[in-house]
Design a protein around this ligand. Structure first.
Ligand code: BV8
Ligand code: ZN
Length: 241
């Protein structure tokens, strides 16, 4: 299970990093919710109130995403997934991130619990398609299929249900895995934050990689303090040795 922290070393801001020493890592790119009010931006009400402003804010994040490339943390998981597959094992990557960096690193079968910043859905005709052109020509972006609808990002806002197939895949993975890795997430947003506890309850060994303690640090078997771009390559190297 990955969160915004795994993409921090790719230059993308996290949401709610708290601790002083973790914040020192983000001098020029402070966490988003320390600068913006999530209820004004990451809810369907906010979008319906001001679709131009909310779609502009998400396009600002898209433009940063367009410049971001996977970091050694993403690549380490791709290496692990390929090596495990050769041994007949499976690594399911669950992510709360909408940046698409796991897929850009070559990971397959990535489960996007909160949708994707690259897919936008028309409110009128429901047409949903990937759009990598940055920036948008105007805000909110218009639908090219029906011609008059406006598009919203195909992501999960607060108060919105997660995609059923993603929830099912995450539940299946968490309840059948031997090892559950929680990487770069503050573990406060549900239902995503609940999967580590599901894995633990089913007897999996749970490892957390984070710069700071989180609400699940007391539950996991190992809570490794450090940058995922440094810790994950080391972990994977040891695991495959
Ligand atoms: C829902 C939009 C059903 C996309 C986001 C119990 C059950 C169900 C729901 C709830 C519940 N309790 C409360 C709720 C409501 C809510 C919720 O959980 N609220 C929390 C805040 C209390 N949940 C929902 O609304 C969900 N919907 O459950 O629907 C329903 C429907 C109707 C009524 C009731 C229920 C929807 C959740 C999805 C919301 N969408 N954003 C976007 O804009 O990106 S949330 C936002 O937070 C992002 O999606 C993000 O993915 C998510 C989690 O954040 P993290 O990824 O963990 O990032 P964060 O910055 O917090 O932490 C980063 C961590 O990395 C830090 O700890 C830092 O130390 C670390 N780090 C930094 N750098 C590094 C690092 N670690 C390692 N290396 C580094 N280099
Ligand atoms: Zn349309």
């Amino acid at each position: 299970m990955s969160g915004a922290g795994i993409s921090a070393e790719s230059g993308l801001a996290t949401f709610r990093t708290e601790s002083e020493d973790a914040l020192r890592e983000f001098g020029d790119n402070p966490p988003l919710w320390s600068r913006f009010d999530p209820t004004e931006l990451a809810t369907a009400d906010a979008y319906n109130r001001d679709p131009a402003m909310v779609s502009h804010w998400y396009d600002w994040r898209r433009q940063q995403g367009a410049r971001a490339t996977p970091n050694p943390g993403h690549h380490a998981l791709t290496t692990l997934q390929r090596a495990m597959r050769e041994r007949g094992d499976e690594l399911t990557i669950l992510t709360q991130n909408i940046d698409g960096l796991h897929q850009a690193a070559g990971s397959e079968g990535v489960v996007e619990l909160h949708g994707s910043l690259w897919r936008w859905r028309c409110l009128s005709c429901g047409d949903e398609r990937e759009d990598r052109e940055v920036p948008f020509a105007g805000y909110p972006p218009r639908c090219g299929a029906c011609g008059d609808g406006i598009r919203r990002p195909a992501i999960v806002w607060f108060g919105e249900v997660l995609p059923e197939d993603a929830i099912d895949a995450a539940g299946e993975a968490a309840s059948t895995c031997d090892v559950f890795l929680s990487v770069g997430t503050s573990a406060v947003v549900y239902p995503a934050a609940g999967f580590a506890e599901v894995a633990k309850a089913r007897g999996a060994r749970v490892i957390e990689v984070n710069l700071e303690p989180t609400p699940i640090s007391g539950v996991v078997d190992w809570s490794i303090r450090g940058k995922s771009g440094v810790v994950l390559p080391a972990l994977v190297e040891r695991a495959l040795a």
